[in-house]
Write a protein of this length. Structure first.
Length: 113
């Protein structure tokens, strides 16, 4: 009868780049072998499920603010004045970004071990 604690074999396929990165990390960190690395990742790493939809929403809002700022700069250069309504619109969009960030932070997943 085998006294081996680890009875489950895992076969993993890596690309050339992934293999190079793994070998490089093992060498830099003086890790003994690939099996050790995999076991350490399984036991010590955290996994997160990240929903990127809200990042896209923030990117859209930032693009709108950038567009508005460009329009304001063009108008300011042409008329030598800035309108309060332009500033209010940018403030409104900035507040929306803050709201989206707060929403994202409140939904941070608990790590899965």
């Amino acid at each position: 009868m085998s006294t081996r604690d680890r009875k489950h074999e895992l076969k993993v396929f890596l690309s050339d780049d992934e293999e190079r990165i793994l070998e490089s990390k093992m060498k830099c960190m003086k890790l003994p072998n690939k099996s050790f690395v995999i076991r350490q990742l399984i036991v010590n790493s955290m996994l997160y499920d990240v929903d990127l939809r809200e990042f896209r929403d923030i990117s859209t809002q930032l693009a709108r603010i950038g567009n508005n700022l460009n329009q304001i700069a063009k108008r300011a250069n042409e008329t030598r004045s800035i309108f309060q309504s332009d500033i209010d619109e940018i403030k409104k969009e900035f507040e929306e970004i803050c709201r989206l960030q707060e929403s994202m932070l409140s939904k941070q997943p608990s790590p899965v071990r």
